[in-house]
Design a protein around this ligand. Structure first.
Ligand SMILES: Nc1nc2c(c(=O)[nH]1)N[C@H]1C(S)=C(S)[C@@H](COP(=O)(O)OP(=O)(O)OC[C@H]3O[C@@H](n4cnc5c(=O)[nH]c(N)nc54)[C@H](O)[C@@H]3O)O[C@H]1N2
Ligand SMILES: Nc1nc2c(c(=O)[nH]1)N[C@H]1C(S)=C(S)[C@@H](COP(=O)(O)OP(=O)(O)OC[C@H]3O[C@@H](n4cnc5c(=O)[nH]c(N)nc54)[C@H](O)[C@@H]3O)O[C@H]1N2
Ligand code: SF4
Ligand SMILES: [Mo]
Length: 696
């Protein structure tokens, strides 16, 4: 990773919705132009490695299709016909529409809708300040992390775990339900380091042979939604073969004897029938875990995007407590470090103005909400005005057909602030051009590591693009929203937050580039007790009281298992829908981001569904044929790709392509469901029963 000496290098952090939050070195060619981006070699988590799509960020930031001017809709909704207007005019229209809507239906009719297109704390979360000040509807954030976080916190009581860098000092790294090569490359950096330096083994667990599975020493290819059964059988073997650490269990866990008794019937044979793995595979994996004190479970998001996903995450996290792996360096279970940062975000979010009686609307159920479902609206006013930032729901949200019908409503006003003319922006009444992370200041925290990283503005904004904070401030001014946070710059916000959190100043952070907030070993490994009042890990959590951010139980939460189990609420295949479909991420895209950059599109080709050749033959489907998929929610057409690395009966469609890349103009989320996953909601993107046919 030699830096060319003649090029100026700017320091930043990757803003994308990826647990790696890489520290970046950005070549600056002039005040407007960047060259290559590299991973910071002197950051010991990034360790000089980043993904290809961000290395080529020049393609995205300097893309000819960047939005450069504010626009207002000229033609029919969704026609794509817009006319340029000034920022003043555009913001005036938005403010006026919000005021009119609020006068007619009350303030909750306005719904600010945002997500993690940027993970910068100021630019992403500042929209909440506007919402609190104006008493607009809140967003209950469920589309991504809810199931995984709840499942992990159910056991430990806190969203944190052993230092991610300890993976490099582990003897067995279990990469569970995450395609790390594609979705968070640095996990591989550290796992492979352990293999090279100490002969560690790598186990991967997925529903198809991803690149991560191929790079693993042992690849466990199971049926979707069956990870809870696998975890139970592994624990069964650990108890059976004397690998349970009883001293640890008695001191650190809630009901170990009940767990042991409960698991007696959860044999490898039982799990083999559910997971499709062989008894030998399960026995071998369990034996490795049993004889390897330094086993590091790196638990991902993918396997939680099932209707039993929260329960499965919890079950997987229990294994480390049975063996006491938590006691050792390089041992324990890790999902995300969200709880270590303890940042004071009051000024960014304006939380002092928050009125808890204002309704929260479920992000994943945007389709039901926009089409007037009373329950989804919580009995309140219809949503008639929206400000959308950092997210592309008309591509990424489940039950697309409903979402599109909602956005097409004539009485819905939408303002979309975007970098590109996404499918959501196309449906807007007003489109505002947004800066990218290299064109504004922000601060980032790593979910998959422990650094707080500053990302300053490095180049001038393209065209008239403005940062999110600018939009919050300018709308606040027009709407009479008052809060000291509106009078501050992003740098002021960062400085305020750092000082108030006890982390020094922005000047200090900028000088050091990042700040390492890794808790001490005892805390990270829960050696002083888990984060429940009695200090005990919960094999048997009270699912109605998991200390995660939640909005009250929903989904089939009453049926959740008392102790880890196979929670049989997934969309099993049946006669009408004989396949199970996972909609896994594509390596070249990041959700729907980068599906506009040329090399990413080239790499991914076209929307396809991976089919086992033996499943295709009886359906008269040849490799490359155009096929149709139908779920209880809708139908799409795309092309079949033969792949022996999927199980019989399982289909995988990678990537969130734009709807218009599909022959029928209907994207993959036409098939996915928005019914809430127990116990606190979320979208089960990988849990779909479907039929498959050759296109007529
Ligand atoms: N290249 C790329 N990187 C990304 C993203 C992207 O779209 N593309 N998305 C970003 C975002 S927003 C997030 S949240 C993270 C998510 O990153 P991950 O934690 O990796 O989660 P997923 O991408 O949902 O899925 C990971 C894997 O889980 C598998 N899987 C599906 N169902 C099951 C199951 O039942 N059991 C098991 N064991 N595995 C299953 C999928 O096939 C997939 O290979 O990645 C981020 N990084
Ligand atoms: N089928 C299927 N669907 C899925 C998933 C799946 O695995 N399968 N994964 C789900 C997951 S995990 C997630 S997190 C969601 C993510 O879905 P989204 O949150 O919609 O993520 P992206 O598609 O990356 O879209 C982010 C948008 O934000 C814009 N953006 C980036 N930075 C800024 C900025 O600073 N300001 C403004 N105004 N805009 C900005 C980008 O241009 C981009 O269009 O998708 C979900 N949808
Ligand atoms: S691996 Fe993730 S955090 Fe790192 S550069 Fe790529 S998208 Fe960004
Ligand atoms: Mo996500």
């Amino acid at each position: 990773m030699n830096k060319p000496l003649d090029k100026k290098i700017g320091y930043s952090a990757c803003p994308h919705d990826c647990p790696s939050t890489c520290a970046l070195d950005v070549e600056l060619l002039d005040a407007h132009t960047i060259g290559r981006i590299r991973g910071a070699a002197d950051n010991d988590y990034t360790a000089g490695v980043i993904c290809a799509k961000v290395a080529r960020y020049a393609e995205r930031i300097h893309h000819p299709d960047r939005l450069l001017r504010p626009m207002r809709r000229k033609g029919e909704k969704g026609s794509g016909e817009f006319e340029p207007v000034s920022w003043e005019t555009a913001l005036d229209i938005v403010a006026e529409q919000f005021e009119t809507a609020a006068q007619r239906h009350g303030s909750e009719t306005v719904w600010p809708y945002f997500y993690a297109g940027t993970m910068g704390l100021v630019q992403r979360d500042g929209i909440n300040r506007l919402r609190h000040a104006k008493r607009y509807s809140g967003e209950y954030d469920t589309i991504c992390t809810n199931m995984a976080w709840t499942g992990f916190i159910a056991g430990t009581g806190r969203l944190a775990g052993p230092d991610p860098r300890e993976m490099g000092r582990s003897d067995l790294v279990v990469i569970w339900g995450t395609n790390a090569v594609a979705t968070q490359v640095n996990v591989m950096t550290h796992a492979v380091k352990a293999r090279k330096t100490r002969g560690a083994r790598i186990v991967a667990i997925d529903v198809y042979m991803t690149e991560t599975m191929r790079q693993a020493d042992i690849a466990l290819l199971l049926k979707p939604g069956t990870d809870g059964a696998l975890a139970c059988a592994v624990m069964h073997v650990l108890f059976r073969d004397g690998h349970a650490d009883w001293e640890y269990l008695d001191r650190y866990t809630d009901r170990p004897r009940d767990l042991e008794a409960h698991l007696r019937s959860r044999t490898p044979e039982w799990a083999s029938a559910i997971t499709g793995l062989s008894v030998a595979e399960i026995e071998e994996f369990a034996a490795m875990v049993g004889r390897t004190p330094r086993t590091y479970f790196r638990l991902g998001y993918g396997f939680t995007r099932n209707r039993n996903g929260t329960a499965n995450m919890h079950a997987a996290s229990c294994i480390a407590a049975v063996t006491g792996a938590w006691k050792h360096e390089g041992g324990g279970a890790f999902h995300n470090n969200g709880a270590i940062y303890k940042l004071d975000k009051r000024m960014i979010e304006g939380s002092d103005l928050r009125d808890p009686s204002v309704r929260m609307l479920d992000q994943s159920r945007i389709g039901a909400i926009l089409t007037g479902d009373r329950e989804a609206l919580r009995g309140g006013a219809p949503v008639t005005a929206m400000l959308i930032q950092n997210t592309n729901p008309v591509s990424v949200a489940p039950e697309q057909d409903t979402v599109k019908r909602g956005f097409a409503r004539g009485d819905l006003f939408t303002c979309v602030h975007e970098q590109f003319m996404t499918e959501t922006a196309r449906m807007a009444d007003v489109v505002l051009p947004a800066t990218t992370f290299l064109e504004h200041d922000d601060i980032y925290k790593g979910g998959g590591h422990q650094y707080l990283i500053f990302g300053p503005k490095l180049v001038e904004a393209a065209g008239e693009a403005r940062e999110n904070h600018f939009v919050h401030v300018e709308l606040a001014r027009r709407l009479g929203a008052e809060h000291p946070g509106f009078a501050m710059t992003p740098r002021d916000h960062i400085d305020w937050m750092l000082k108030s959190s006890g982390y020094g100043t922005l000047e200090e952070l900028e000088a050091g580039r990042w700040r390492d907030l890794q808790p001490d070993f005892e805390t990270a490994h829960y050696l002083n007790g888990f984060a429940y009042p009695d200090g005990k890990f919960r094999f048997s959590p009270d699912w109605t009281k998991v200390p995660s951010s939640n909005d009250g139980p929903m989904g089939p939460w009453q049926q959740m298992p008392e102790l880890p189990d196979h929670f049989a609420v997934i969309e099993d295949a049946n006669e009408l829908y004989p396949f199970r479909l996972a909609t896994s991420p594509a390596r070249g895209f990041l959700n729907s981001t980068f599906n506009e950059t040329p090399t990413s599109r080239q790499r991914e080709g076209r929307p396809t569904v991976m089919v086992h050749p033996d499943d295709a033959a009886p359906l008269d489907i040849a490799d490359g044929d155009e096929v149709r998929l139908g779920s209880p929610r809708g139908e799409v057409s795309l092309h079949a790709k033969f792949f022996e690395g999927v199980r019989r009966g399982v289909l995988v469609a990678e990537g969130i392509w734009p709807n218009d890349a599909f022959p029928d103009g209907k994207g993959i989320n036409t098939l996915t469901g928005a019914d809430p996953v127990a116990p606190y909601g979320g979208a089960a993107f990988h849990d779909n029963r479907v039929w498959l046919r050759r296109s007529a």
